[in-house]
Write a protein that binds this ligand. Structure first.
Ligand code: SF4
Length: 461
């Protein structure tokens, strides 16, 4: 079934009209379409197309997680040229967290621990296993999303064991899901220029394939806005789509906007327009990824909120204390409150859904009874001195908790696939003014078959 992209009259770029025709006909987009999106002068048309796909997959909802980012050390045995986070022993900014410090930071009401760090010169693999166990003991509720493919490869080398054994031992220690970092750009040209000591595309993809076969769902990233070309960005997306066709193991794709830091790689940061087009191209090309994430830490809060109308359906999380992008001078806050998350999502006209690391929907927050920002209030003089309305009562007092629904695993994408009757039975709010529901247009994994065969098999064993 094709995707309804709205009225052609609003698409001023002929290339976008052709893409709209393909979406309406249910045809898959190709690399040329992705390049046309990145080059299009019609930013609103790009958003219109990507938004149609987003709404066909996740309806009016946008997702976030209460999480805590832990970067246990910045000591790293290699030196990627784009990285301002890594340090060497003896550097003033070098640090190592103790097991107690790590455990202390996760003793919070969170649902995800995001654990990634440098490739430490002396810590043995057993230390990382113990790290997972310490987190699990300190917070039995939070799911652990840990270690990029680069770290997994590193563990295999220092422990002299296979990638499969690394996963088996990490799973036994508490690993739930994997982040998508370390992919950078799938281009040997860029790897040779910026991170020649680190694994390339083939190894990164092979490690994620192994994770999926082991039942570990993962995420994927692209580091854009430095020396890469549009062609290299789109090639990266096509390779991810190919693997997802095989395994179905990816949850979300996260375009990471390069932060200039002290690297002198480029003169200025990617523009917000480039960020929105990259989000949109990702949503359009990665038709088999359930989620596209607008990572507010690197995009900035306002652009990330806007991106929820350009194809993204996820804002990541509250994070707590981000270190990697901020070492590269990111200007976003170190963390956001859940209240701010709700506000950013609602200001984008979306219904907030709190999720866990496995994208199970935990709580749906209804739309506020009135707009929360002056820009959404019809008839008001936007130039007038109107104070921002912040009403704590809107935060969660009428939220619908789905967490304990008879042990049912309600995944984020299930919400968009439900009939209006099913939603009403759960008290879940629907899009204002939507008389028909949005379940019919859902084009993602069918309810009940959201887990790919390989993963289901492995989970059963
Ligand atoms: S990007 Fe990762 S692997 Fe590369 S230097 Fe930084 S911390 Fe080390």
């Amino acid at each position: 079934m094709g995707i309804d992209h709205g009225d052609f009259r609003y698409l001023t770029d002929p290339a976008l009209r052709r893409i709209g025709d393909k979406l309406a006909a249910g045809e898959r987009l190709d690399s040329a379409d992705g390049l046309a999106v990145l080059a299009s002068p019609d930013l609103l048309g790009v958003g219109r197309l990507a938004n149609a796909v987003k709404e066909s997959l996740s309806g009016p909802y946008a997702f976030f997680v209460l999480n805590r980012q832990i970067n246990p050390t910045n000591l790293c045995v290699i030196s990627c040229k784009f990285c301002d986070f890594a340090a060497k022993a003896g550097d003033d900014d070098a640090y190592e967290m103790t097991m107690d410090e790590i455990a202390e930071k996760v003793r919070e009401p969170i649902h995800e621990v995001h654990l990634v760090g440098g490739l430490h010169p002396t810590w043995p693999f057993e230390y990382y296993e113990e790290m997972l166990r310490a987190i699990r003991r300190a917070n039995p509720v939070a799911q652990i999303k840990a270690f990029t493919a680069v770290e997994i490869d590193f563990f295999a080398k220092i422990a002299k064991i296979s990638i499969e054994e690394v996963f088996d031992r990490l799973i036994a220690a508490g690993l739930d899901t994997m982040p998508g970092g370390g992919a950078e750009v799938f281009s040997e040209r860029i790897r040779a220029a910026l991170y020649r000591e680190k694994i390339g595309a083939d190894e990164w993809l092979a490690i994620h394939r192994t994770a999926h076969a082991k039942g570990i769902r993962t995420n994927a990233t692209l580091l854009y806005g430095h020396i890469e070309t549009h062609e290299e960005r789109i090639e990266h997306l096509m390779r991810l789509r190919h693997l997802q066709d095989d395994t179905g193991g990816f949850f979300s794709f996260i375009p990471l906007e390069f932060q200039l830091g002290y690297t002198n790689l480029v003169e200025r940061q990617a523009t917000a327009l480039d960020g929105l087009k990259t989000i949109a191209a990702s949503r359009l090309i990665l038709d088999n990824f359930p989620h596209i994430k607008a990572y507010w830490v690197m995009l900035g809060e306002e652009t990330a909120s806007m991106a929820l109308q350009w194809g993204a359906d996820d804002l990541d999380g509250t994070i707590g204390e981000e270190k990697i992008a901020h070492a590269a001078l990111a200007t976003s806050p170190l963390g956001l409150t859940s209240h701010k998350m709700l506000k950013l999502i609602r200001e984008a006209g979306r219904i907030p859904v709190q999720r866990d690391a496995r994208y199970r929907a935990l709580t749906v927050f209804p739309s506020p009874p009135e707009p929360t920002h002056w820009s959404q209030r019809g008839g008001l003089d936007v130039g007038a001195d109107i104070p921002l309305k912040v009403d704590p009562a809107l935060a969660d007092s009428t939220a619908v908790s789905l967490e304990n629904l008879e042990n049912e695993a309600l995944y984020s994408w299930d919400l968009a696939a439900m009939t209006p009757e099913e939603l009403a039975a759960r008290g879940v709010p629907r899009a204002p003014g939507d008389p028909t529901g949005f379940g019919a247009a859902f084009a993602g994994p069918a309810p009940g078959s959201t887990t790919p065969a390989a993963v289901a098999e492995s989970e059963a064993s």
